[in-house]
Design a protein around this ligand. Structure first.
Ligand code: FAD
Length: 439
C-alpha cells in the first residue's frame, strides 16, 4: 500500500495525525507543494516556510523517508504524485480558510475522479473546528467565554505517534528545495520544528509559570513567542495545550483556546478577512491615505503605537498588547477600515493567518466577536499601564531614547524647544475630536 500525505501548515513529525496515518502504509510520500499563488503574500512568512521545509526534510530523512517537494497547483501536483506512485490514499490536515477549503474541495473531486481515497485529519488546533456547537443551535460560537467552557470540558483527541520508519516508493525523486528566500524583517525568528522545540523547552522551563501575571507587560516580553511555530504547525497545539495544562498554567491554556475559537469562527464565516461579522457596525470608515501611511511607517507621533508598528517590521512579530493598541488606534482613533490593518499585518507577521489575524482585527474594530464592541482603547492610558517606565518605547523608537521614564509616552508635553529637537512628529489627531488625552 502507498499513501501520500499532503503537508500544508502541519510541518512537523510529532503529533501529526495526517502524517501518522500515511505512515501506516508500506510506502509513504510526505509531499509539500510550493503554491505560486501563496508565494508573494509575505516575504517574511515565505522565508520562515522554507526554513520549516528544510528542517522537516531533515527530520524525515532520519526516518529513512524524505520530503518530496513539487511546485505548482497543489491539487494537480498531489494527484500527479499519487498516480505516479500508485497511491491508494491521500491524507491531509483539515483547514478552515476560504482558500484552504476550496483546495480541499477540488482535491476531493479529483480524488473521486481517480478513485483515490482522501482522508481528512485533525491537527491544526487543539479541538477540531466545528465539533463544539453552541447550545441554542448555530454553526459556531460567537462569544468566547461559553466556547472556552465547552472547550475546556471537551475530551481532547489522543496525540498521534511520531513515525519511526518511513519508506519512499522506488524511483520517486524528492525534488530540490529552492534557495532560502530573503525576508523583510532583520530580526525574525527562525522557522522549523527543531527551532520550535528549542523555544518550547526554554519556555516551559523558565517562563510559563509567570505568564498569568506578566503576559501584558510590554517591556518584559514575557509571552511565549510560539505563535509562528503554531501558525506553521512546527508545534502541535494539542501537545502544547496538554503540557501547559499539566503544569497548571490556566492563563496560557486560555490563550490557546482563543486560537481555536477563531478557527471555528473562520470555518463558519469563510469571508472573515473581507466581510464584517456584524455588518451594521461596518459602515463608518474614513479614507485617509496620509494617516494610513503614518501608521504603517510607525510615525503616528503616539510613541507606544509607533513602537508596536516598528517591532512588527523589525521582527515580523508584535506583542499582543501592542497589536491591540495599534489596531484600536487605526480603527477607533483614526477611523480607518480594519481591512487595511488586516492587510498590513498579513504582509509582515510570521504568525499571520486568516482566522487569528482577521478574527482579532474584527474584535478590535468592533465588527466581530467582542461582547463590548464600542470599547475604546486610550493608547496613553494603555502605555502608562503596560509600559510604565517607557522601556518598550525606547527599545523600538530610537528618536525618543533620550527621554527618561514615562514622559516618553507624551513627548508633545515636553517644553517646545525640546520637542522640536527630537526629529519625531506630533501626534495624529483623532477623527472623532475626542482626543483629550493629547492635550
Ligand atoms: P502567547 O501570549 O504566548 O500565547 C500563546 C498562544 O496562544 C499564541 O502563540 C497564540 O497561538 C495563542 N493566542 C494568544 N492570544 C491570542 C489571541 N488574541 N487570539 C488568538 N490566539 C491567541 N495571532 C496569530 O497567531 N496570528 C495572527 O495573525 C494574529 N493577528 C492578530 C491581530 C491583532 C490585531 C491582534 C490584536 C492579535 C492578533 N493575534 C494573532 C493574536 C496574538 O496577538 C498573538 O497570537 C500573540 O501575540 C502571539 O504571541 P505569543 O506566541 O507570544 O503569545
Amino acid at each position: 500500500r502507498t499513501a501520500v500525505v499532503l503537508l500544508t501548515r502541519d510541518l512537523r513529525v510529532h503529533d501529526n495525525p495526517a502524517l501518522a496515518a500515511a505512515a501506516t502504509a508500506d510506502r509513504t510520500v510526505p509531499l509539500y507543494v510550493l503554491d505560486p499563488k501563496l508565494a508573494d503574500l509575505s516575504p517574511n512568512r515565505t522565508r520562515f516556510l522554507h526554513q520549516c521545509l528544510a528542517d522537516l526534510r531533515e527530520q524525515l530523512r532520519r526516518t529513512g523517508g524524505d520530503l518530496v517537494v513539487r511546485e505548482g497547483d497543489p491539487v494537480a501536483e498531489t494527484i500527479r504524485v499519487a498516480r505516479d506512485t500508485g497511491a491508494e490514499t491521500i491524507t491531509l490536515a483539515a483547514d478552515v480558510s476560504g482558500y484552504a477549503t476550496r483546495r480541499e474541495r477540488r482535491l476531493k473531486d479529483e480524488c473521486e475522479r481517480h478513485r483515490i481515497a482522501l482522508e481528512l485529519h485533525p491537527g491544526l488546533t487543539v479541538v477540531e473546528p466545528g465539533t463544539l456547537r453552541p447550545g441554542g443551535g448555530g454553526e459556531s460560537y460567537k462569544v468566547f467565554t461559553p466556547y472556552y467552557r465547552s472547550w475546556s470540558a471537551a475530551t481532547w483527541r489522543q496525540p498521534a505517534g511520531t513515525p519511526q520508519r518511513l519508506t519512499l516508493p522506488d524511483g520517486l525523486t524528492a525534488g530540490r528545495l529552492p534557495g532560502l528566500p530573503a525576508g523583510e524583517s532583520p530580526h525574525a525568528c527562525e522557522g522549523g520544528e527543531t527551532a520550535a522545540r528549542r523555544r518550547l523547552t526554554a519556555w516551559l522551563r523558565q517562563d510559563l509559570q509567570g505568564y498569568g501575571d506578566a503576559h501584558d507587560d510590554l517591556p518584559g516580553d514575557a509571552t511565549s513567542r510560539l505563535s509562528p511555530y503554531l501558525r506553521w504547525g512546527c508545534l502541535s497545539p494539542l501537545a502544547l495545550a496538554e503540557a501547559a495544562r499539566e503544569r497548571g498554567a490556566d492563563a496560557f491554556v486560555r490563550q490557546l483556546c482563543w486560537r481555536d475559537f477563531y478557527y471555528q469562527v473562520a470555518r463558519a464565516f469563510p469571508k472573515l478577512s473581507t466581510e464584517a461579522l456584524r455588518p451594521n457596525a461596518d459602515n463608518d470608515w474614513r479614507y485617509d491615505q496620509d494617516a494610513l501611511q503614518h501608521w504603517t511607517d510607525g510615525l503616528t507621533g503616539v510613541p507606544v503605537v509607533d513602537a508596536g508598528m516598528r517591532q512588527l517590521r523589525e521582527e515580523g512579530w508584535m506583542h499582543n498588547r501592542a497589536r491591540l493598541i495599534t489596531a484600536a488606534f487605526l480603527t477607533k482613533h483614526l477611523g480607518l477600515d480594519w481591512r487595511l490593518g488586516v492587510a498590513w499585518f498579513f504582509r509582515w507577521l510570521l504568525d499571520g493567518d486568516v482566522p487569528n489575524n482577521s478574527g482579532n482585527w474584527q474584535w478590535t474594530a468592533g465588527t466581530g466577536n467582542d461582547s463590548r464592541p464600542y470599547r475604546r482603547f486610550n493608547p496613553i492610558r494603555q502605555a502608562l499601564r503596560f509600559d510604565p517606565d517607557g522601556v518598550y518605547v525606547r527599545r523600538y523608537v530610537p528618536e525618543l531614547k533620550g527621554i527618561d521614564g514615562a514622559a516618553v509616552h507624551q513627548p508633545w508635553r515636553l517644553p517646545k524647544s525640546e520637542f522640536r529637537g527630537l526629529d519625531y512628529p506630533g501626534p495624529l489627531e483623532s477623527h472623532r475630536d475626542e482626543a483629550v488625552w493629547l492635550r
